[in-house]
Design a protein around this ligand. Structure first.
Ligand SMILES: [Zn+2]
Length: 368
């Protein structure tokens, strides 16, 4: 059985899957945990989903914007997180992520502490989490041979420190194999612009400089954010690691039970974070996920329903897709979600679910 939940946290993202199988098999994943909506929505969602010391087998982080990560500290204090899988960032991308946090931070003392913790998560994720948590980074350059890692291998249960985009992370659930495939796509052109703009900042001193209030470093980093043109900024802000979570049809173990598993063959979900589903990314998805497209029944609509990140080819490519989940805060300043996106989803007979900070908007999928 699988319980998948899209939690009502407002402008942010917090999605969980609890897989149960066999006599006492359990496997829990989380994709993002953050919200910038004022109030207690995120805290309440974490508390109602997990009890103290619950195990989270894998936490996937799509990208390092506050609205996707500012609940991770609370989550790691409450639960035992075994593995964290996050996109690999080079130095200039780390500086970019920090620059955004610094430019948008409010200057209250309490929030400064939180801000420093997020910066630590970006620069040194190992120090951010508890000692037992293993960190894996996903390299954007995936090759064509899809690697596969069995997450329940008794001889080697650990995920390596670095994996390629498109690597299959699998668990065996009775008569079927369920897999999680992170996809980290990056645009080389944008990367080069960023490298040029950040070349005189030394990442090694950034944490200490910010903590000690070194204004020269802080201003230098802020300048990077201010000096990049609007279009490039929008592109850089919509780089996000996607995740496919669904059955691996190729490896279904033949048995009488198969009829049952076929009935929920489109139980898969494509999580997109804030990714911009541009043509290049669609090509990448075709390359890596084509065989899995028929098993995707649910789409997390990218970037809180922003029209810029959406792609009209998605409902056509994913033929079995039925549900589209859009997370946003009702008072967000970006006017998310876009009416055009919702209309396009409906036009293709998808059912859109708007998940806001209102508790009644939580979406729960129970797949037997
Ligand atoms: Zn976001």
């Amino acid at each position: 059985m699988l319980i998948r939940e899209f939690h009502p946290v407002g402008q942010g993202a917090f999605y969980t899957e609890k897989h149960k199988y066999g006599k006492d098999g359990n496997f829990t994943i989380v994709y993002d945990c953050g919200s910038t909506t004022k109030g207690n929505a995120l805290k309440e969602a974490i508390n109602s989903t997990f009890e103290c010391n619950n195990i989270i087998d894998v936490l996937f982080i799509s990208h390092f914007h506050e609205d996707h990560i500012n609940g991770v500290k609370r989550l790691s204090k409450k639960c035992e997180i075994k593995n964290v899988v996050l996109p690999l960032l080079d130095e200039s991308e780390k500086i970019w992520a920090i620059a955004k946090i610094l430019c948008e931070a409010e200057s209250e003392k309490e929030e400064e502490k939180e801000r420093d913790a997020l910066i630590q998560l970006i620069i040194k994720p190992k120090d951010f989490f508890n000692e037992g948590t293993k960190i894996t980074v996903v390299n954007p350059s995936g090759d064509n041979n899809q690697n596969s890692i069995n997450l329940q291998d008794p001889e080697d249960p650990e995920i390596p420190e670095k994996i390629q985009s498109g690597t299959k992370l699998s668990i065996k659930k009775q008569d079927l194999i369920w897999c999680f495939i992170p996809i980290n796509y990056k645009n080389e052109e944008r990367k080069n612009i960023l490298k040029e703009k950040t070349q005189d900042i030394n990442i090694n001193n950034v944490i200490e400089d910010i903590k000690s209030g070194n204004q020269t470093t802080i201003n230098k980093i802020k300048e990077v954010y201010k000096n990049i043109d609007k279009e490039t900024k929008k592109d850089l802000n919509t780089t996000s690691m996607l995740l496919f979570s669904g059955i691996d049809k190729n490896e279904i173990i033949l048995s009488q039970q198969n009829l049952k598993s076929c009935s929920h063959s489109n139980a898969g979900c494509l999580y997109t974070g804030d990714a911009n589903l541009c043509e290049e990314l669609i090509e990448e998805l075709k390359r890596i996920l084509k065989n899995f497209f028929p098993y995707i029944g649910t789409l997390q609509v990218p970037h809180h329903g922003s029209t810029r990140s959406y792609n009209r080819d998605i409902p056509i490519l994913l033929e079995e897709i039925r549900y589209a989940v859009i997370s946003y805060g009702t008072k967000n300043k970006y006017k998310h979600p876009s009416c055009d996106v919702i209309c396009d989803l409906i036009k293709h007979r998808l059912i859109p679910f708007c998940v806001t900070e209102d508790k009644n908007t939580k979406v729960t999928q129970e797949i037997k």
